[in-house]
Design a protein around this ligand. Structure first.
Ligand code: SIN
Length: 327
């Protein structure tokens, strides 16, 4: 891993034209972006630099962004149309904005599990942009895992085994919100969000990376496998997100803004701050229907650094062999 250091320093000066500094954070995931003030619209050079960093590093962190929800929405809208979450507490006059305001009487819910946002949709969001307003004295970090790194870390035999598989997704964590009396409402939502089949290995539409695209929160089963086979395989695949080398852990400060590529990462909100207060504002950008790799299996030929990341040397992903790979 030491060999990656010079490339990472080079990455930091890549976007001097846009006066933006990009500092990689994790070995496989995450970069902090300096030199951007989201109170003002981004120039096209700045937007290109931010967009490239977003798809390449999969999670970008921008500190000290004391912005309004309108400015947060305007930033998100540069990446595409904003979406409206069907279950979360949205702002009445700006339904694209979700306020996550947790405290003693309103305990955090549903996000302390590895997940990809809203994969119960046929076209899950492309990106999520979360900004901290009130941060607890300790705890409340968000963890991210690069699922492109996780895919690369699998053996060739496992990659062949999961090639072309599809899994069924459902809004299952929200089902308990509907009592028997609400069954018509639930049926309406089931019609609106019919369970989609998504590829187990997703092809990232920009970088061309292959991404392990199953998550514990919304996946139900894998097509064409017996239920116990599906359960065992899903359990193994879910566990890849928990491997520390693939992870980034973000410590929030007030006005930290984090944007993640929902096509290539999973995340987990640590609820260890309860009963303290933690308030976040969130917007999401609409995405497209996930596509898998078509045809018979062939080994991945996309450079480890993706198609638009020239500064990280080939071979730095998927990283070192883990101890158990040696046996
Ligand atoms: C989420 O899962 O979208 C929320 C993450 C967080 O609160 O850190």
């Amino acid at each position: 891993m030491a060999a990656t250091t010079p490339n990472r320093v080079a990455a930091a000066v890549l976007h001097s034209e846009a006066k933006i500094r990009i500092r990689p954070l994790g070995g496989f995931i995450g970069a902090e972006i300096e030199g951007v003030d989201l109170r003002k619209p981004l120039t096209s050079e700045q937007f290109k630099a931010v967009h490239d960093a977003f798809v390449n590093y999969e999670v970008i962190v921008l500190r000290d962004q004391d912005i309004t929800v309108d400015q947060q929405m305007a930033f998100g809208a540069r990446f595409g149309e904003l979406s409206i979450h069907p279950f979360s507490p949205n702002l009445a006059d700006k339904p694209e904005v979700i306020i996550l305001d947790y405290s003693k009487d309103n305990p955090p819910a549903l996000t302390d599990i590895w997940h990809v946002d809203e994969t119960f949709r046929e076209a899950p969001p492309l990106a999520t942009i979360l900004r901290a307003k009130v941060v607890p004295e300790a705890g409340g970090d968000t963890l991210f895992a690069s699922m492109s790194a996780a895919y690369r870390g699998l053996s060739e035999r496992m990659k062949q085994h999961i090639h072309g598989l599809e899994s069924l997704h459902d809004f299952k964590p929200w089902r308990p919100l509907f009592s028997h009396a609400d069954r018509d409402k639930l049926r309406k939502l089931e019609d609106e969000f019919p369970n989609p089949w998504h590829p187990v290995v997703r092809l990232h539409p920009v970088t061309g990376r292959r991404v392990l695209y199953v998550n514990r929160q919304f996946c139900v089963r894998i097509k064409d496998l017996k239920l116990d086979e599906s359960d065992a395989l899903l359990e193994f695949l879910y566990r890849q997100a928990t491997i520390p080398e693939y992870q980034l852990r973000v410590k929030w400060q007030p006005h930290t803004l984090v944007m993640w590529d929902n096509r290539s990462v999973q995340h987990y909100a640590s609820h260890d701050y309860y009963p303290a207060r933690r308030t976040m504002e969130r917007v999401t950008v609409k995405g497209d229907r996930p596509k898998g790799v078509s045809g018979a299996y062939t080994p991945d030929t996309v450079p480890a650094n993706g198609t638009v990341k020239p500064t990280i040397a080939e071979g730095t992903r998927p990283g070192p062999k883990r101890a158990f790979d040696r046996y």
